[in-house]
Design a protein around this ligand. Structure first.
Ligand code: NAD
Length: 310
């Protein structure tokens, strides 16, 4: 791809966080002709990315950002973003654009943006939706917060990873939007699993229920893309962690608190996802949340074993 097509001088991209999402997103950038410098707190991930996909691997965040035109972070949450910015130190120089793509905490992101602005480092937030499959195909939905001129500058980079780019407000607004999207996804998943369990007890077939829901008004993202694929199949491997979803619901509740918006239904949803993290333990996929409801019901969906099996 030509330099002009890459746009506004953002050619060398330090990409921090080569996880479930970061890997395929960085791969899209490399395929679009950007110079990707991969970096992860687990350096073997960045090294494997450079071997298998291309670009370079940096040993640490400071080495990654040295000479970069833009820096992308896609880390679990704002805590790790703060650590990564700290690790970049003085190697992050004036004129660099930081594109924060994690599902982070809007107020934390605003704080980072303010302190970086004092060093003439610009920052926008651009969290994503669509999961690993759409990260692979470069068809993510990207919700962007920041100054219009910066958003425009980042556009060629973001278009290599997403097809629906929406500028929703000032810095932090993208992450507020993302948290509210995932609040709805988390609530839709939970209510769907409860409906399947009730139906199964009544004598309905959960798989058939999903088909009916998908042709009816009860349809949602979980009925379409999660229940058959990851719950009834007992695979529980959608590629998005349970702890990350619980974190997103908590962020949505922080936004509710900061805006003094009553949200009792959302609070119950957060309580249930947070409880599932404790009950099911670390390292679970978010679709394993179904096992939480199954344990409450004392039976698994699909007529299988008690939920403890999965
Ligand atoms: P992940 O846990 O698979 O990857 C995170 C990566 O960050 C890991 O490779 C980890 O080693 C690395 N890391 C952690 N701390 C670091 C640090 N200080 N410096 C450098 N690297 C560090 O997570 P993921 O699923 O890729 O999610 C990343 C972000 O994207 C999260 O905010 C998540 O909520 C969001 N998200 C995920 C999905 C999904 O389907 N997985 C979809 C949309 C948004």
């Amino acid at each position: 791809m030509s330099g002009a097509a890459l746009g506004d001088g953002l050619r060398r991209i330090a990409f921090i966080g080569i996880g479930n999402m970061g890997w395929p997103m960085a791969a899209r950038l490399a395929a679009a002709g950007f110079q990707v410098v991969a970096c992860d707190v687990m350096p073997e991930r960045a090294a494997r990315f450079a071997d298998e996909v291309g670009g370079e691997a940096a040993a640490d965040a400071a080495a990654a950002v040295r000479g970069a035109d833009a820096v992308i972070t896609i880390l679990p949450t704002s805590k790790q973003v703060g650590e990564a910015i700290g690790a970049m130190g003085d190697a992050l120089t004036a004129g660099t654009l930081l594109i924060e793509m994690s599902s982070g905490v809007p107020t934390a992101t605003r704080g980072f943006a303010e302190s970086l602005a004092a060093r003439d480092v610009a920052m926008i937030d651009a969290p994503v939706s669509g999961g690993v499959p759409r990260a692979r195909t470069g068809e993510l939905a990207i919700m962007i917060g920041g100054e219009a001129a910066l958003v425009e500058r980042a556009d060629p980079v973001l278009r290599a990873m997403g097809t629906t780019l929406t500028h929703v407000g000032g810095v932090g607004a993208g992450q507020a939007m993302k948290a509210l999207n995932n609040l709805m996804g988390a609530a839709g998943f939970l209510i769907g699993v409860e409906a399947l369990l009730i139906g199964q007890r009544f004598g309905l077939d959960p798989a058939q229920m999903v088909d009916v829901l998908n042709n009816s008004t009860g349809m949602n993202n979980s009925t379409q893309k999660k229940f058959k694929q990851f719950v009834l199949s007992r695979r529980f491997d959608a590629g998005f962690g349970l702890e990350l979803m619980a974190k997103d619901v908590s962020v949505a509740l922080e936004v509710a608190r900061d805006t003094a918006t009553p949200a009792p239904f959302s609070a119950l949803c957060r309580e249930m996802w947070a409880s599932a993290v404790k009950l099911l333990g670390p390292g679970m996929d978010h679709t394993a949340m179904a096992q939480f409801s199954e344990r409450l019901a004392g039976e698994a969906l699909g007529g299988g074993n008690r939920s403890g099996e999965a």
